[in-house]
Design a protein around this ligand. Structure first.
Ligand code: GSH
Length: 209
């Protein structure tokens, strides 16, 4: 099997972190092309036109980071990265989804509506131009401010975002915060719990995935 990847991008990194934590080695194929776009041959192969994508040896394709992680978790349950029982699985799901919706999407809202290279590419995965909407930049910043406060509060109760175990929710949170950094948006000094967590997670080998 192979994972189609774009080394610099935040969603593929979410998956790479997960794989390092699981101790899994999967062939990685880079498909970034010119001008910060995916290679045309990859887009033709996978019309969802996003990375990461997992291709099985028989050619079947799985898109969406969370779907790929679930597939690997089923095949290789240890160490568990999606929760150890029904309650934990629900809580990991909840925080992973919140990190994606409120962190990754908000960081994307700021970045994709600002960067010149993403002019006419306000959203990923579209074959037609999607114009940037400058007013979304301020809204994205407001969303990120809310996101930092919410996650800081949660990390005042737990070592990791969904409890005492490192999970995919931490990978998504870490990559969302890195992505916000692309727009020079950092964790506020007042978010001491989140800063403590970031320092601890940055020291894990998977943070360099
Ligand atoms: N919901 C998808 C999001 C994937 C996504 O947005 N990938 C971005 C890279 S981080 C992408 O493929 N962008 C292609 C483009 O901008 O043309 C997931 O969770 O995997």
């Amino acid at each position: 099997m192979k994972i189609y990847d774009w080394a610099a991008a935040p969603n593929p990194k979410r998956l790479r972190m997960f794989l390092v934590e699981k101790g899994l080695n999967v062939e990685i194929v880079q498909v970034s092309g010119d001008a910060l776009r995916l290679r045309p041959d990859y887009v033709a192969k996978f019309p969802q036109a996003m990375v990461p994508m997992l291709e099985l040896d028989d050619g079947r394709q799985i898109g969406e980071s969370i779907a790929i992680c679930r597939y690997f978790e089923e095949l290789y349950p240890n160490p568990p990265m999606l929760g150890r029982d029904p309650y934990e699985r629900a809580i990991v799901d909840m925080w992973e989804r919140l990190a994606f919706d409120e962190g990754m999407m908000a960081a994307g809202e700021v970045f994709r509506n600002t960067a010149e290279a993403f002019k006419d590419r306000g959203l990923p995965g579209f074959a037609v131009p999607v114009p940037q909407i400058p007013t979304l930049i301020e809204r994205g910043k407001m969303r990120l401010s809310h996101f930092f406060t919410k996650f800081d509060k949660q990390l005042g109760k737990n070592r990791f975002i969904a409890g005492d175990q490192f999970t995919l929710a931490d990978c998504t949170l870490f990559c969302s915060i890195e992505f916000a950094g692309w727009s020079d948006i950092k964790i506020p000094d007042s978010c001491k719990n989140l800063l403590r967590w970031q320092e601890e997670v940055s020291a894990r080998p998977s943070a360099k995935a």
